[in-house]
Write a protein that binds this ligand. Sequence first.
Ligand code: ATP
Length: 517
Amino acid sequence: MAQEDVFKKLVAHCKEYGFVFQSSEIYDGLGAVYDYGQLGVELKNNIKKYWYDAMVKLNDNVVGLDSAIFMHPTTWKASGHVDAFNDPLIDNKDSKKRYRADVLIEDLIQKFEVKIEKEVAKAKKRFGESFDEAQFKETNPRVLANQEKITTIHTRFAKALNDNDLEDLKQIIVDYEVACPISGTKNWTDVRQFNLMFSTEMGSTADSSSKLYLRPETAQGIFVNFLNVQKTGRMKIPFGIAQIGKAFRNEIVARQFIFRMREFEQMEMQFFVRPGEEMKWFEYWKEFRMKWHKALGMGDESYRYHDHEKLAHYANAATDIEYRMPFGFKEVEGIHSRTDFDLSSHQEHSGKKLQYFDPELNKNYVPYVVETSIGVDRMFLSIMAGAYTEDVVEDAKGKKETRVMLKLPPALAPVKMAVLPLIKKGGLPEKAREIVNTLKFDYNLQYDEKDSIGKRYRRQDAIGTPFCITVDHETLEDNMVTIRYRDTMEQERVAIADLEKILEEKVSMKNLFRTIV
Ligand code: ATP
């Protein structure tokens, strides 16, 4: 199936099963704003718990915070967002559609990468076992030509971004004949800068009100609380502050479902370190965060690092963790070494000292910061994209049918186990309810008695429930049930008394955490 079709199916699946809805749908929706439905909220909460516990429980020098969305307006002056939180935008004059110039160029580069991947795949098929991928890439003329194009565009693109050279950004689009995907024409406006912050007013009268911004990132709430937490928590450097919360960006191009939203949620951690030690911690967090992703078992080859071409105004090193989405490798998380830019700038704008006295060095300094920043929604999308699977199975009568399944990591699955009485009578529903009632305090379970057992299995597969158990007549005599595993469809008899242990072993986050530390 083409990747585009996979993505379309995934979006439809998210809606059909109550994971994600368009916001204000009855009014025809609001662009790039989404609501999470009954199953989506469970998955989202599990992702947040997985992140928060990994950061705060596994690292004894990281603590939590929940700061407000509204902040003093000077915060955004100090952080650089008022002056520099811009995206380069460009319009196609025929379709009247607006694009981010940098994204158009990144997509262009990706086209050449895809060409290389296709050449490699073709050659692999032709040469079979004896295929040497590295050698092929170094010698095949078509691969080399595409690689050269990538390098040339990359270099020019990085320079244009760093120099804020909007004319050359446009020229790259013109030179490589990038066409608007809607109109198909190359009739572009000039590139302009566009500030992404939403603003609003606080206060009831026109003269006493002041302009506020909806925060475009959660990080600044952490910076302004740095001393509060350090002093009250008696924290010693190095230490980190982690928080999860909403952020808002007036994104120019809001396509690709929940990948790019105007209201979204971030999970950010700022780690405060001694100046000069930031690169050591940058490497530490790079590795820790990658392990966190890979522990979910979605396939190591689906992740990669991508070092930044252009460093943000505050950074001295930055990398992204990218995930292979149906529309290519895309950023899910950023890891940035932010120097002392933010604390120093807040110190300057507020006139309050934001320094730490280091007893070992016997001196005061403004700490350096390494941050890890991941979007909950992008993480959600990557998990759903990796989990969405279609396979062909035979029903009880031997008829072939397509099974849609979400291979969600059990620790994140919205429903951990479905309890299904084989039929709706003979004391089976009561027995099944009894099982639900003993396990529901610790696990999210579903009870389902409607339709044939096969149909009920399919429903659970489609929402990613890792286990179904069936209560039958024998259960009433031997207190055993049939457990059926989502991924393999294998079934076995187990004692009701063992269910809690089985669930604990298979769905607990503990096992994931053990692979990270
Ligand atoms: P992009 O280049 O895709 O716009 P960014 O580099 O601006 O992202 P950061 O400012 O580093 O993103 O934000 C950290 C994380 O927050 C991103 O890795 C992403 O997961 C998430 N994020 C940022 N913008 C959005 C958005 N508009 N919608 C959903 N998630 C977002």
